[in-house]
Design a protein around this ligand. Structure first.
Ligand SMILES: [Zn+2]
Length: 387
């Protein structure tokens, strides 16, 4: 039996930092309390620092030189280990719109990843970014691979993935898509709307039909106009839908981040990275799916200059940026990286909280709210070197 006791720290529980001890056993949290102790447990002295739930990233295309669309199982594991060093303990592999053959290859690689040894973040499943998207709002999506609605294709992908496709981005205005959102949900897939020029009424209908996420809100979507609030107005107004935001200071102006938080509140915003293989690497030439991408000063653009192409952001940096942009505390903002994404993709019964019965996946934050250590299933998978 593998028991670990975390003590002498501030534990993020019920959205507050509290002086508690946490006992993990066989990868799960078994006890939380002021006087928890166990003679057999390995002891981790938090030295007054903060223990928070591991960060969850539901929208990312890669890191550390690996592109999700072309990775093998070892490639996914490489991303997992890099992510652990940034505070991410769970992520969805976002498959950029690609051919059927390549999309199935990603699913196969993911299934093989499940069978190899893990020493980093956990891949929680797959996010399909497309292919039923509006070419006018394609962003970095390859236009020639975009398709009209085809629910049986998603059914085939979900079968191949053995139910692990957890999230899909669709444009509700693609012919008939808005009415078929319930069919996607019936496959066990959470639906986000994005890469979209939907008008207000179509976006409202998508939400009424069960869409629960808005993909990188404000990016690659029709913006709010006083007479035509469009998809952007609809997702900001609605109380239930979760709005993804990319908090790298480039995709959204800090003022826009503050406005989104003011409109949506702290319970309905999900911080994502939308990172690409260049995350964690210097500027240079990279790939994003079938696209060539150039990264200059950390900013990823399609090589033809047509569009921004994801980010080089990490979750740890996103938390630091959110604090800097909003002036809010880590205590207030942590749900954006933990419980909100867990609820959005339906894994809030095991991830996103420090609670008994949940996975012992933690980040230790230092006094500047930077990632100092990361634990997955109670085991240390990252420790920052002393500076
Ligand atoms: Zn993306």
């Amino acid at each position: 039996m593998n028991k670990v006791l975390f003590y002498n720290g501030e534990i993020y529980k019920d959205r507050k930092f509290q002086k508690l001890n946490v006992l993990a056993e066989d990868g799960k949290i078994v006890r939380i309390g002021e006087w928890v102790s166990d003679a057999q447990a390995e002891r981790v002295d938090l030295k007054g620092r903060r223990l928070v739930p591991g960060f969850l990233d539901v929208h990312t295309h890669g890191a550390a030189g690996v592109d999700v669309n072309s990775a093998d199982a070892e490639g996914y594991e490489k991303i997992c280990r890099f992510f652990a060093s940034q505070g991410t303990t769970g992520w969805l592999g976002s498959v950029l719109t690609d051919t059927k053959e390549q999309t199935l290859a990603c699913i196969e690689a993911y299934k093989r990843w499940k069978g190899i040894e893990h020493k980093g973040a956990v891949m929680m499943g797959i996010h399909l970014e497309g292919p039923f998207l509006n070419p006018e709002y394609k962003g970095a999506m390859p236009e020639h691979l975009l398709q009209t609605k085809n629910v049986p294709l998603v059914e085939e992908y979900q079968k191949a993935a053995e139910g692990d496709i957890r999230y899909i981005t669709v444009s509700p205005e693609v012919d008939g898509m808005v009415d078929d959102i319930p069919k996607l949900k019936a496959l066990g897939i959470q639906v986000a709307i994005g890469h979209s020029g939907a008008d207000y009424d179509t976006a409202r209908k998508a939400i009424a039909n069960g869409a629960m996420g808005a993909t990188h809100t404000g990016n690659a979507m029709k913006l709010l106009h006083q007479h035509f609030p469009a998809i952007w107005g609809a997702v900001l107004e609605d109380d239930n839908i979760y709005c993804e935001i990319i908090c790298d200071g480039r995709h959204l102006h800090p003022g826009t981040v503050r406005l989104i938080l003011k409109t949506k509140g702290l319970d309905r915003v999900v911080a994502i990275t939308d990172s690409i293989m260049a995350a964690g690497l210097p500027d240079g030439n990279y790939k994003l799916g079938v696209n060539d991408v150039v990264v200059v000063d950390g900013d990823a653009m399609l090589a033809d200059g047509g569009s921004r192409a994801g980010s080089t952001l990490t979750t740890g940096k996103a938390l630091e940026n959110l604090i800097a942009f909003t002036g809010k505390t880590a205590e207030e903002l942590l749900p954006l990286l933990t419980e909100n994404p867990a609820k959005l993709i339906g894994v809030d019964d095991r991830y996103g909280f420090i609670r008994e019965g949940f996975a012992a996946n933690f980040v230790v934050l230092d006094h500047e709210n930077r990632v100092a250590e990361t634990y997955v299933a109670g085991t240390k998978v990252f420790e920052r070197e002393a500076e």
